[in-house]
Ligand binder design. Structure first.
Ligand SMILES: O=C([O-])CC(=O)C(=O)O
Ligand SMILES: [Mg+2]
Length: 222
C-alpha cells in the first residue's frame, strides 16, 4: 500500500478499530490523555510531522514555536507537538491554524495545551490536546527540534508515522506496521458490523458478545 492508500484506508476506519488491531498485534500506539478540543465529527488521518517544544532559555526575540514546521508542511500532514504534557502554556493557536490550513495541514495533536480553539474550529482544523488554556506560548516555549522522534503520552512517535484521531481519541501507527495494522483493523471493523447487524436483528446481546460467538479476529487469519 502507498502512503496515500494507507491514509485513505485509515479515514474509512475509526480509532477504536485501529487500537484493537494494535492490541491484537501487541503493539503500542493508543494514547489515552488527549481529547478533541472541538467536535469535528470526522476522522482525522494523516502523516505525522513532529515538533519538540522546550522552555525558552534566553531573553530576546525568538522564532515562534511550530512556525518552522508549518512553513514547510505538506498537504495531509498532521502536526504533532511534544510539549511533554505541560498544560500551563499553549503551544498551538489561531494564527498557526491559519498558516497550517493554507499549507493543507489535516490536523494538529498536542501533548500539552492549545488555545484559540474557536479559531481552529472556524477553519475546520481538528485539534487534539490535553487542555485548552488562554496562556500564550510567546516568550515561554520554543521549538527545539522538528521531525525528530518524540513521546506522546508515553508513545514513541516518529516523523512519517501515521495517526488516526476521532471523538474517541488518538492512535499512532508506526510506518513499518501500517499495512498490517490497517488490514487487521478492517477485518475487526467488518466483524463488528456483523455483530451490530445481529443485535439489530434481535439476537440477544449476551449471545452476540459472548466470546464463543463471532470468533475474535487474529493476526494470522486472512
Ligand atoms: O501566542 C501564541 O501562543 C500563539 C497564538 O495565539 C496563535 O498562534 O494565534
Ligand atoms: Mg492567537
Amino acid at each position: 500500500m502507498s502512503p496515500d492508500e494507507i491514509i485513505a484506508a485509515l479515514r474509512g476506519l475509526d480509532s477504536c478499530a485501529v487500537s484493537d488491531a494494535l492490541d491484537t498485534l501487541g503493539l503500542p500506539g493508543a494514547v489515552t490523555a488527549l481529547a478533541p478540543m472541538w467536535p469535528a465529527g470526522t476522522v482525522l488521518a494523516g502523516r505525522v510531522r513532529t515538533v519538540t517544544a522546550a522552555p525558552k532559555a534566553t531573553a530576546g526575540p525568538a522564532t515562534h514555536i511550530a512556525t518552522p514546521l508549518v512553513a514547510i508542511a505538506e498537504p495531509g500532514d498532521v502536526v504533532v507537538i511534544d510539549n511533554h504534557g505541560r498544560t500551563d502554556v499553549s503551544c498551538w493557536g489561531g494564527l498557526l491554524a491559519e498558516a497550517a490550513r493554507r499549507r493543507g495541514v489535516a490536523g494538529v495533536i498536542v501533548d500539552g495545551a492549545c488555545r484559540d480553539v474557536q479559531e481552529s474550529e472556524a477553519l475546520a482544523l481538528p485539534v487534539f490536546a490535553r487542555a485548552a488554556v488562554p496562556v500564550s506560548a510567546r516568550g515561554r516555549i520554543v521549538q527545539e527540534a522538528m521531525d525528530e522522534r518524540i513521546q506522546v503520552d508515553g508513545v514513541s512517535v516518529a516523523a512519517h508515522d501515521y495517526v488516526i484521531a476521532d471523538v474517541n481519541g488518538v492512535v499512532f501507527v508506526a510506518a513499518g506496521d501500517a499495512e498490517r495494522v490497517v488490514g487487521l483493523a478492517q477485518r475487526i471493523a467488518d466483524r463488528e458490523a456483523r455483530m451490530a447487524e445481529a443485535v439489530r436483528a434481535g439476537r440477544d446481546v449476551q449471545e452476540v458478545m459472548h466470546d464463543s460467538q463471532f470468533p475474535t479476529v487474529t493476526a494470522e487469519q486472512r
